[in-house]
Design a protein around this ligand. Structure first.
Ligand SMILES: Cc1ncc(COP(=O)(O)O)c(C=O)c1O
Length: 445
């Protein structure tokens, strides 16, 4: 398209407005490349600085993004239905290699087809149950009980880990309450706390998870709920050791009995984690709600997470859910039972766990040879220290790679943490050396 013919006002503002009109009118679509600053300046008979000013204005409002030497591209419109931090994570141009998503490799999920066929053949129609049947099918309950890291009073299944956290928070916290969170931590958790009117109290991490001294300060500051990821923490990859879990439980126990503290554990990686399934519930069974997601191990679209903990929280949670979704489809629960007991599906998940471990190690080893050091860690995400977040993202974009910006993961805004990117290393099946080079270059001053 001859962009210059659509410009009637040759000021930066006028040029930006012309491009915006073309985008809104659908004549320029997401992914289209704008002419170079120099070429458009020549066509319009203005200085390159004028065109550059126009492009910068368009980038500021999120209509276009510069990808360095590759050019300036029209962006997809922001998704109004996404919460703010999800939107931050979704921003940016499509890339050849997208390591920004935090999602599992679809090729490493167990196949659903055989499980669906077996369940369809086996499950009698009567199994559909009634509105008054127990929401958790007994076969799944036994499997969960056998594998739960402590003895929970109650267990149930809900629509994913975030649903479990959200429903638990509704039971144990009220508007204005303080919630201790990992810093850095999971951005949608911060959005959820904002929505519920709960205040974040950041807790610092070291290589074994939340630091006991920092958690003690958060509890002394009045936090009545603690949300933590016991293993493969997103974004850092750190996991609690049993010793650290015991230390944290001791910190919680020191809080005066009158102040009931609830610990919510988000085991979002579940069976693809190579770290042990530790829980503060071993020492605090009356205060711990443990959540195990099957999104990373068996597929995000199953929307299944198990929740176990004290009756005072779980009974109220299930009762509240009966007045909405009611229960998780028993059909889906039987699919999960099948996947948790079928040898091929068990092997597929074990294979995925080993592959993720190997991918992570391959990248951290390659980075180390380039003098970028990332601690061991576990799971599908890697927390990459960079000199400057924006520069790093732009350099990666120029190399055709997308990573997630670190800022949304920081509990209290950007200023109190060194800049990082989150790289979903679990999706990196080949080109490790090349990607390591690009990441190392992106990280430099
Ligand atoms: C820490 C954490 N919690 C929860 C989730 C989402 O889990 P689910 O799909 O079970 O809601 C994720 C997904 O990446 C996560 O990283």
């Amino acid at each position: 398209m001859d962009l210059a013919t659509h410009v009637d006002d040759r000021s930066p503002r006028g040029i930006a407005a012309a491009v915006a009109r073309l985008v809104h009118g659908g004549e320029l679509v997401p992914g289209d490349r704008l002419p170079t600053v120099r070429a458009l300046a020549v066509d319009l008979g203005v200085s390159p600085a004028t065109v550059s000013g126009a492009f910068q204005a368009l980038a500021t409002v999120g209509l276009v993004a510069s990808r360095g030497r590759a050019g300036t591209f029209v962006l997809p419109p922001p998704a109004a239905w996404l919460p703010p931090r999800y939107r931050d994570l979704a921003e940016g141009a499509p890339a050849r290699l997208d390591l920004s998503t935090g999602t599992p490799d679809p090729d490493l999920l167990p196949s659903l087809g055989p499980a669906l066929a077996r369940v369809a053949a086996r499950t009698p129609a009567a199994e559909a149950g009634t509105y008054l049947s127990a929401p958790l099918v007994p076969e799944l309950e036994s499997l969960l009980r056998e594998s739960w890291p402590f003895v929970p009073q109650r267990l149930t299944v809900v629509d994913g880990a975030v649903d479990a956290i959200s429903r638990t928070l509704e039971q144990v916290a009220s508007f204005g309450d303080r919630v201790a969170v990992e810093d850095p931590g999971f951005p949608p958790l911060f959005d959820l706390l904002d929505q519920l009117g709960l205040q974040r109290v950041p807790v610092a991490l070291d290589r074994n998870g939340m630091r006991p001294d920092s958690l003690a300060r958060a509890l002394a500051a009045g936090a009545s709920v603690v949300v933590l990821q016991p293993r493969a923490q997103n974004p850092t990859g750190v996991s609690l050791t049993p010793t650290r879990a015991r230390e944290l439980a001791a910190v919680v126990r020191r809080v005066p009995a009158a102040t009931a503290v609830t610990v919510i554990e988000d085991d979002h990686c579940g069976q693809i984690s190579s770290a042990r399934d530790v829980s503060l519930g071993t020492w605090l069974p009356d205060a711990t709600v443990h959540v195990r997601s099957y999104s990373k191990s068996h597929g995000p679209d199953l929307r299944l997470a198990a929740v176990g903990g004290p009756a005072r929280v779980l009974d109220a949670l299930v009762a509240r859910r009966m007045l909405g979704p009611g229960w998780t489809s028993r059909l889906l629960q039987h699919v999960l039972v099948d996947l948790l007991t079928d040898p091929a599906a068990i092997d597929a998940v074990a294979h995925a766990r080993r592959v993720y471990f190997a991918r992570r190690r391959a990248l951290t080893t390659a980075l180390a040879t380039l003098d970028v050091h990332v601690d061991g860690g576990d799971g599908i995400n890697l927390w990459l220290p960079v000199h400057d977040e924006r520069t790093a993202l732009l350099r990666l974009e120029a190399a055709g790679i997308r990573a997630a910006p670190g800022t949304p993961f920081v509990a209290n805004g950007a200023d109190d943490q060194a800049p990082h990117l989150r790289v979903t290393v679990g999706l990196l099946s080949d080109d490790v050396a090349e990607v390591a080079q690009a990441l190392a270059l992106a990280a430099r001053p």
